[in-house]
Design a protein around this ligand. Structure first.
Ligand code: SFD
Ligand code: AMP
Length: 614
């Protein structure tokens, strides 16, 4: 059993297991209880759902709200918007399904105590933009978590899920999950009839702009560690659009979001010489991507593209013109509060760098790439769609069920449906929760079977990094470098360097090609071999080790997908220098992958894009 085989094993049996208590996980837990009054519903979370996930610090806007009660938008309009922003490729059935339900989610948030700003003239929610409404959202997460806490049979905080369990009698069916408690070190086994993965997106896949002491300062939460992708990938679920990593325009050094500034404060960008630059890059871009450049609003990736080209031309830094808007005291307050309630670090950076946006136009930058399914990007698992509007090819059972039976997902986990944001992720969690209840009810008395041998193997594998450390530590008298083990931080930095240099990170100007990707895959394979020798000093480092494991697998998926799609579909997110043009003839489609954990091979295929909205 090895040195750490004595760890206590805690078994939890349930009907529905929700992995990750972020926005989607809280939605899944809440709705599972609504439809499954008598079911045992367990939510397992690596942190504490009160302040976990991307919304931990709060948000200042809800970026997905139709406003159907006032005739502001229709779900079809949102599908058109997301499709345009993603250069034509979204799962319209999934997006429509979220859009038609998202307003009711937001109304619940308000009922639960979330202060939503109102337009004093109309009495309606205060719009930031066409889709976004403004909130006093510092406590957004605890408010949402309370609903999940009351709905769950049990919330298991501080348990990092490392693997899904598969049914011993049916090879393609999920049967639960395992992980360890990051405080007690206990080994936890969750046996479940249905599993809903809601484990968020991925930062720290690519090298961030801030390294060393500043490495925790990224836009997407540094604790978003790709479990949402690695768990289904290891279980053999098909993934989609993993190449569609997202790059965001952000305020420099603090990564403060720009939405409220552009949309509500009506600030605008200019180059170092005070000139408008965006439009001048679009003629040239038209030669590469055709008429997409003339779409409105200009897709997020194309706005990035103009920014990057202008900087490359030597006319940076790009600045946000705040000095005009900030003369209005109301707008000045909104500008600061926007960050104090969502990204406090940005306000701190401004204060520490003597930047008062009332008098100085702050610099913007483009972030390192992230992997997400909920923002202006749609990486994630390939899921079955809603029965009433998904084309038959997108339906193989229950809504939001992946290609593995009994395995569901929501939020950043699910691919193809961009622009769901916090409210849409919660909504998708609700949709998945309802479907999972149906699945459990249909199963009746049938219980998934978990093999004892599989559990014993997993237990050994999970604690191996601590064993590696305990043994390897004897070989050195001081320092952190050992001939026998690799520390999680070292592994992370190696991963980030590979992804940055070979797969289109900031250091490579977001550019790659087939030879670079090939080399990247070779280096990732070597890193994977070395992960067997990772050393964890304590339980905290053990969590870092498993987060790294998940990030590496997700990175491999990103690299395989980027290799497969031989076109540049989203200039501004990444460039295939060997295929610089958008190619609608061959690539107006989704990319799908399936990983075989036994052989380590990836199988790639295309899936059609169906337009269900004009
Ligand atoms: O403008 C495990 N987001 C915004 N959304 C909005 O609606 N409005 C905004 O103003 C937003 N802005 C914003 C946003 C995010 C961030 C970081 C900033 C600003 C600074 C996006 C939303 O936050 C995002 O779309 C949703 O939160 C996605 O929801 P979900 O549920 O898919 O992910 P999550 O909330 O991060 O939750 C994941 C949970 O899983 C846990 N977890 N638990 C157990 N075992 C494991 N192995 C686990 N791995 C992860 C996590 O701890 C977490 O609780 S703006 O800039 O875009
Ligand atoms: P961000 O703050 O960049 O994460 O964006 C928040 C919301 O505003 C998202 O819905 C974005 O798509 C939208 N947004 C941000 N910048 C712009 C812009 N320049 N034009 C239109 N929409 C934007």
């Amino acid at each position: 059993m090895g040195l750490f085989g004595h760890r206590r094993t805690v078994f939890t049996d349930c009907d529905i297991l929700v992995i990750g208590g972020g926005m989607a996980g809280c939605g899944a837990t809440y709705e599972s209880r609504y439809w499954g009054r008598d079911l045992k519903i367990v939510c397992v979370e690596k942190a504490n759902i009160e302040r976990s996930g991307a919304v931990a610090q709060g948000l200042y806007a809800i970026n997905c709200y139709m406003g159907m009660q006032w005739g502001e938008n229709r779900p079809e309009d949102h599908v058109r918007y997301a499709r345009n922003d993603l250069m034509g490729l979204v799962r319209e059935d999934l997006g429509y399904d979220i859009a038609r339900h998202v307003d009711s989610t937001v109304h619940k948030f308000e009922e639960w105590g979330l202060p939503i700003m109102r337009d004093p003239a109309t009495g309606r929610y205060q719009r930031e933009g066409k889709w976004q409404i403004m909130i006093h959202g510092e406590s957004y997460k605890p408010i949402v978590a309370e609903a999940a806490r009351k709905a769950a049979t049990e919330v298991c905080n501080r348990i990092m899920v490392t693997h899904l369990l598969m049914d011993a009698t049916k090879p393609n069916r999920a049967a639960g999950a395992v992980g360890f408690n990051v405080r007690t070190g206990h080994f936890h086994v969750f046996r479940a009839k249905a599993v809903i993965v809601c484990a968020g997106g991925a930062s720290h896949i690519f090298k961030p702009r801030a390294v060393g002491e500043g490495m925790g300062r990224t836009w997407y939460a540094p604790w978003s560690s790709a479990s949402a992708y690695a768990l289904p990938i290891l279980a053999g679920a098909k993934m989609t659009q993993m190449e569609n990593r997202i790059v965001l325009t952000r305020f420099k050094d603090g990564y403060g979001p720009v939405g409220a500034y552009f949309l509500h404060l009506k600030t605008y960008t200019q180059n170092a010489y005070g000139e408008e630059y965006e439009s001048k890059w679009f003629d040239k871009l038209r030669e590469q991507i055709g008429e997409y450049v003339d779409h409105h609003p200009v897709p997020t990736c194309l706005r990035n593209h103009a920014f990057l080209e202008e900087v490359k031309a030597g006319r940076g830094p790009i600045r946000m013109v705040t000095t005009e808007a900030f003369q209005d005291p109301h707008k000045e307050t909104v500008g600061w509060e926007n960050f104090l309630g969502m990204t406090i670090g940005q306000a701190v950076v401004w204060a520490s760098q003597n930047i008062d946006p009332k008098h100085i136009n702050p610099e913007l930058t483009t972030s390192e790439p992230y992997v997400m399914g909920s923002h202006a990007t749609c990486s994630g698992a390939w899921a079955s769609g809603p029965a009433d509007c998904a084309p038959s090819e997108y339906q193989w059972g229950y809504n939001r069920m992946m290609t593995v039976d009994g395995l569901f997902g929501a939020g950043d986990t699910i691919g193809g449906s961009a622009h769901k944001f916090s409210s849409g992720s919660f909504t998708e969690g609700r949709i998945a929760g309802k479907a999972a209840v149906n699945y459990v009810n249909d199963l009746g008395r049938e219980q998934p079977q978990v093999s004892e041998a599989e559990l014993a193997d997993l237990k050994k594998a999970i604690y191996r990094p601590m064993e590696n450390y305990a043994i390897g530590r004897n070989e050195i008298v001081a320092g952190t470098v050992s001939p026998s083990y690799l520390l999680p931080l070292h592994g992370l930095q190696r991963l980030e360097k590979i992804m940055d240099e070979y797969v289109g990170g900031i250091g490579a100007h977001y550019t790659t090609n087939a030879p670079m990707l090939t080399r990247g895959l070779e280096l990732l394979a070597m890193l994977k071999e070395d992960l067997d020798h990772i050393g964890a000093e304590d339980l905290h480092q053990l969590q870092r080790a498993w987060e790294l494991e998940h990030r590496v697998l997700a990175s491999e998926a990103v690299t395989q997908h980027t290799m497969f799609r031989t076109e540049t579909r989203w200039p501004g997110y990444y460039y295939r220098a060997d295929h610089p043009k958008l190619d609608d003839t061959d690539w107006h489609c989704f990319t799908l992958s399936r990983y075989d954990r036994h052989s380590g091979q990836w199988q790639m295929e295309k899936a059609p894009v169906y337009h269900i909205v004009d």
